[in-house]
Design a binder for this molecule. Structure first.
Ligand code: NVA
Length: 373
């Protein structure tokens, strides 16, 4: 059967069960949005992103799309049905009654926006004004899945107001040192306030009955509490990584590979008191291999640690970025079949192989991997 004929079933409980259907993003029309309260603290003073905004170049879009298309082809060759979002015109003024902003962002990273838990696809609140309308790119697909799978639940978290009250004014001035940043992060002093629930879907990792969520710049405690109330059958755990001066999205920090095995960014170590939860349930947390690159590609929001932003096709097969030789070796040493996929041209558009995808269907059901709570 051709992969395009795979019937629509929405079901995915974790990051590693056999993958049958996924969404892969697109680079078309992606913009670097003007600065806003949520993004300013992420852009260091010496970054090439500082002061730059507007559409990305046609050449960069073409190269990123070639890699996204290649990822699609490889997944299809592995029996996975792939659907793609519908980009909208991101380069336009947007606004709500509360604020106006000069452009949107794009739709390369579906992982940031849509959280699939079992038969539910949940649109995250998001925490950047420039990303408030990004869900629109996924609506055609989600509506189709809703029509085709009678068990599919299409949900949207309450849209946040994102007024100035949702952000700490002057959270970080330009001359703040990295040590001062790290000290603030270790105190869980982040740019977002607790004005309203906020979460980006890419701060969440799914482990069957347990959802592990990073508390940081893009997800606040009210967002985590909202997730717990929304999923009463799940156990939601907040985690922190004090070594990360920009805690935005969990998937270049903490990556489950299969039941019992997680790689953790050695510069963003899970604190001991949070580590014990995994250890008492028999999970091993191993330092991820060093990235092969000293710098991210130009005009990229993410760090070199996209090296660990891998996508599992099943618990024996992993897609990893082709130039990340150390990460490829480490995955090989764990016994995985490793599929190297060139992806660095797509990084500036919203991240790595995990970011650029979101699950629709993985075989398998909801398991309890943490009986000792
Ligand atoms: N904020 C993370 C990106 C996660 C995909 C990093 O830059 O490492």
């Amino acid at each position: 059967m051709a992969v395009t004929e795979i019937k629509t079933v929405v079901n995915s409980w974790n990051e590693w069960d056999p993958l049958k259907h996924i969404i892969v993003g697109r680079a078309d029309g992606c913009c670097i949005p003007p600065s806003e309260p949520a993004s300013d603290p992420k852009i260091p003073a010496d970054s090439d992103m500082r002061g730059v905004h507007g559409p990305r170049s046609a050449e960069a879009v073409e190269k990123a799309n070639a890699q996204l298309d290649n990822l699609t082809k490889i997944l299809e060759q592995h029996g996975v049905r792939v659907d793609r979002p519908d980009p909208i015109d991101f380069n336009q003024d947007i606004g709500t009654p509360d604020w106006q902003h000069g452009s949107m962002f794009g739709c390369q990273p579906p992982r940031d926006v849509i959280l699939t838990v079992g038969s539910e696809m949940l649109e995250a609140t998001m925490s950047y004004r420039s990303r408030w309308f990004e869900y629109l790119c996924y609506r055609p697909l989600l509506q189709r899945f809703y029509d085709e799978d009678p068990k599919m639940r299409h949900e949207a978290a309450p849209k946040p107001r994102l007024t100035d009250a949702s952000y700490k004014a002057n959270y970080l001035s330009d001359d703040i040192t990295i040590d001062e940043r790290l000290e603030m992060v270790s105190r869980k002093d982040f740019v977002t306030t607790e004005e309203e629930p906020l979460f980006d879907a890419a701060d969440c990792l799914r482990f069957g009955k347990d959802l592990v969520v990073q508390h940081g710049f893009t997800t606040n405690l009210k967002g985590i509490d909202w997730l717990q109330r929304h999923f009463p059958g799940l156990r939601v755990h907040a985690v922190n990584f004090p070594g990360d001066p920009y805690p935005i999205h969990i998937d270049a920090t903490f990556t489950p590979l299969r039941p019992g095995l997680i790689i953790n960014n050695p510069e963003r170590r899970l604190p001991d008191e949070q580590r014990s939860f995994f250890q008492r349930n028999g999970w091993e947390i191993v330092n991820a291999a060093r990235p092969a690159h000293n710098e991210p590609p130009p005009l990229c929001y993410s760090s070199v640690w996209l090296s660990m932003n891998v996508l599992m096709i099943d618990e024996k097969t992993v897609c990893a970025e082709a130039s990340e030789v150390h990460q490829l070796d480490q995955l090989d040493s764990f016994g995985f079949n490793v599929i190297p996929i060139p992806f660095r041209d797509s990084y500036p558009f919203g991240g790595g192989l995990h970011c650029a995808t979101t699950d629709v269907y993985r075989e398998g059901d909801c398991q309890d991997y943490f009986p000792k709570q």
